[in-house]
Write a new protein. Structure first.
Length: 538
């Protein structure tokens, strides 16, 4: 059912008080998963077994037009700061471990001193601030690590990728600001949840102050280190290939209202499945099964976390956000990497391993085009769920939020929930509070144009118009009210809109320090460093 069905509930947004009493302030949990596709969750049309995440959606809200920054660390930069990633110093990526970029400014590769974080703002408002999982915002700069940027406690990985079973070396584990060894029987998804629950247990026993937990899973980022028992659950389920997977997901998306009946999905990105040899099809089934198993493991852990909150009687006044940092990941070549043997006996103490590949990634992002790195819908539009029994009107449970929102909106939203204040000596917030949407308002929170850029891939969203391009390609223009899947390019038929948005994008790029290709030649240097870390630019 459409979120706008509840138009009359808009008046409830007037009841959202910016000066909340201390006892009314909710606990906040932001769950971020890594490289998960738009359609992977059951509540977004997928076949992967995600009952616990689906339950959050069924008792909360699903956003259909929530945007990320198209890539791991730029997304984290915007989520943590409420700013464009370029304004934080992470306009491209963080430096690979031990390989500093050697530059300063918008592309330096670590958080600058002109931004603050959600953790700092909420800690100043009286919250306990807790984090487990993937940070990916500091490079080798100690002053940018979580405990130096507002978090009371941190357990996880500072780098962009780790081995799920045995992280090591410069891609190892950290507690606080000290490197530690992984214990016997370690599995990252489980460990990040268990540590988070222990942190919550400790602080809620200590006093009555609310807590902010940032739980940033590395799954399902490569290497796809699935548990063998989870993998076996999905082995053989993808032998019909990506054509059939997309068809089934699109059918389910129409039933859920995620995909309009008259909207054509983007074409599948790979060759016809039946044209592949049986051995290749079997290997590809194994790759997709490993990916699905990693998503399934996240869902199991969300169930464990929610069960813990129930036991502690914390669920009602804890707001949980669940989202992905970008679309599914095409890194690993067209047909991915690895096979069943690599799942059963994964290389340890390394990030070598199974990778999804372009063709499966395109299927996971259906009905949209493109994938991680890009700011077409398949790369930049993420599933986002909000669950808050005490704050979201029960009549809205299971609804779709069709209004546009993006990562920068977390800072003003959580600041309003916490009764916090934003410092005056850092770069001003770019986002808008999402609380009206959580309370039932059908009105857009963004009446201004919003912008993106990553690796020269760029976009602007102005109401129903979206200007977008792939690096090195001409600008495209889409009417998102009638063409969410970006199939009917109107750049030539509506040149006045195209040119207006290009001018707006360039003005924004100048303001925020974007080194766009027409003027600067930074991409070759950055992409060489990026490839050295195992992240290809395409």
């Amino acid at each position: 059912m459409s979120f706008k069905t509840f138009h009359l509930l808009a008046i409830l947004s007037l009841c959202v008080c910016s000066h909340l009493q201390a006892q009314d302030r909710p606990n906040v949990i932001v769950v971020l998963v890594d490289d998960m596709g738009y359609s992977d969750l059951g509540c977004y049309g997928g076949e992967i077994d995600t009952p616990n995440i689906d339950a959050l959606a069924g008792q909360g809200l699903r956003f259909t037009q929530f945007y990320n920054q198209g890539r791991c660390c730029p997304t984290r930069a915007s989520l943590m700061t409420g700013l464009q990633p370029h304004q934080t110093g992470i306009g491209h990526m963080t430096a690979p471990p031990g390989k500093p970029l050697g530059i300063t400014g918008p592309y330096q590769g670590y958080l600058n001193d002109q931004c603050t974080t959600l953790a700092s703002v909420l800690r100043d408002a009286g919250y306990h601030t807790l984090m487990t999982g993937k940070w990916h915002l500091s490079g080798d700069q100690e002053q940018c690590q979580p405990t130096r940027r507002g978090f009371d406690q941190f357990y996880g990985c500072l780098s962009g990728a780790i081995n799920y079973f045995d992280p090591a070396g410069d891609r190892g584990l950290t507690r606080g600001d000290q490197p530690i060894d992984a214990p016997e029987g370690f599995y990252a998804t489980d460990a990040f949840t268990d540590e988070a629950m222990q942190m919550i247990r400790d602080v809620t026993t200590k006093d009555d102050r609310p807590f902010f937990l940032y739980l940033a899973y590395n799954a399902p980022h490569w290497p796809l280190n699935a548990k063998w028992e989870d993998y076996q659950k999905y082995r053989g389920k993808y032998r019909d290939g990506w054509n059939e997977l997309i068809r089934r997901r699109n059918e389910r998306q129409r039933e859920l209202g995620i995909l309009d009946a008259d909207t054509e999905p983007a074409a599948y990105p790979g060759p016809d499945w039946d044209s592949l040899k049986p051995k290749q099809r079997d290997r590809l089934d194994a790759v997709m099964a490993a990916y699905a198993a990693c998503v399934d493991s996240v869902d199991q852990n969300i169930g464990k976390l929610v069960g813990f909150l129930d036991e502690q009687k914390l669920t009602d006044n804890t707001i949980i956000f669940f989202l992905s940092d970008n679309g599914a990941c095409q890194e690993g070549g067209d047909f991915g990497k690895g096979d069943e043997a690599m799942v059963k006996n994964p290389p340890l103490r390394t990030t070598n391993g199974v990778r999804l590949g372009l063709h499966w990634a395109g299927a996971c992002n259906t009905p949209y085009r493109k994938y991680k790195h890009f700011v077409h819908e398949g790369g930049a539009c993420t599933p986002m769920i909000a669950h808050w029994p005490a704050g979201i009107p029960s009549k809205l449970n299971g609804s779709l939020v069709d209004e546009v929102a993006y990562l920068q909106d977390f800072m003003p939203t959580l600041m309003e929930l916490a009764g916090g204040s934003y410092p005056s000596d850092v770069t001003p917030i770019e986002g808008r509070s999402m609380l009206p949407l959580l309370k039932g308002s059908p009105d857009p929170i963004h009446t201004e144009t919003i912008f993106w850029e990553h690796e020269g891939n760029a976009a602007a969203r102005d109401g129903d118009w979206k200007l977008v391009r792939e690096y090195g390609e001409p600008w495209e223009l889409y009417d998102m009210a009638n063409d969410r899947t970006e199939l009917n390019n109107l750049a030539d038929t509506r040149p006045e809109v195209r040119d207006r948005l290009i001018a707006a994008w360039e003005s924004w790029a100048d303001r925020t320090g974007v080194a766009y290709p027409e003027r600067f030649n930074m991409y070759e240097h950055l992409n060489k460093l990026n490839k050295a870390s195992g992240h290809s630019s395409k």
